[in-house]
Write a protein that binds this ligand. Sequence first.
Ligand code: BGC
Length: 396
Amino acid sequence: MKYSFSLAAFAAFVAANPTPTLDKKDGTLSVAACASAVTIAPGSNPFASRTLHANSAYASEIAAAMANVTDATIQAQGAEVAKVGTFLWIDTIARVPLVTTMMQETPCTDIVGIVIYDLPGRDCAAKASNGELKTGELAKYKSDYIDPIVTAIKAAPNVAVALIIEPDSLPNLVTNANLTTCSSSASDYQNGVAYALKNLNLPNVAMYIDAGHGGWLGWDANLQPGADMLTKVYKAAGSPKQVFGVSTNVAGWNAFSASPGEFAGASDAKYNKCQDEKRYINAISPLIKKDGMPAHAIMDTGRNAVQGLRQAWGDWCNVNGAGFGVRPTSTTGDPLFDAFVWVKPGGESDGTSDPTADRYDSFCGKPDAFSPAPQAGQWNEAYFEMLLKNAVPQFT
Ligand code: BGC
């Protein structure tokens, strides 16, 4: 189990966080939920008047880790990280009940961020995050994963929700269709994402479909096919009005704006004009919009404080030397960006560095990847402390 909800850790979190309070009588969490149903108007910025929720799952994970730390500075900084709004990944059917927990604990001031991440044949171009559902298990994805999430959100119409839909899935279909694992997953991915978009299209929900990052779909040859793939699935879902645009740099390392771009000196740089996320979104957004889909963006800045660490754009696993980036905010300086958000919970691994382990991917053994590292999603204390040390801005 990735998240342990030890009472001590949870109590420590609640003590450190003034918003939720424990109801003394039955031990349940009571928060000031909105008094009436929330409507996130299409075309509005869902983050403009709301704070990304600092969820109790990440907070208790941090609290459990800090309980083993003796350095008081790290403990104090860790407690500060626990207060930063971060998305919660629902990466297995077993974790679906956490959606209800999130709906119960999110106050009216906040918007809760949830990552939908359990497609059949997940992570088709890599091994580290291969999921529980096999290619062909689309019916199970719909009935056992998406449907109960829809039920949980429908049961709490007074809570604002931001959803990131299936990181990496559609980008993989654009650039990795040559792999059997991706070509055989293609119809499940497209039908699964369309089903999620159609059924999660609720008034209190803002959805962002994952669009990879500038070092992936930002290449000249990938921009139009990338936009085509996104809009095709959006239309297959019936153009749901609660789709606000795309997510970018999820679990990634790219800068929002960098000059010169991080790989501007590379021999193939002339083929990628999207050397940062600002340029990427400004390039792909008009192509998406032209085809009728809203194309605002949210960007993961959770681990992008330090640039120049990777040997190549595509190095995605536990990049060594990384630091926590800009805290979630709707002040982005670019009208296409609704918000900078934290999506990948810093400290959770991207994949194991053990070559003998199940789900080992060679990217996690590259020279620019931090080692040792546990399985994807598992806590890596040394990595968390490195992110703290290299954070910009620092935690005090
Ligand atoms: C893992 C998930 C995990 C998520 C957030 C992904 O790479 O596959 O299991 O929940 O990262 O850490």
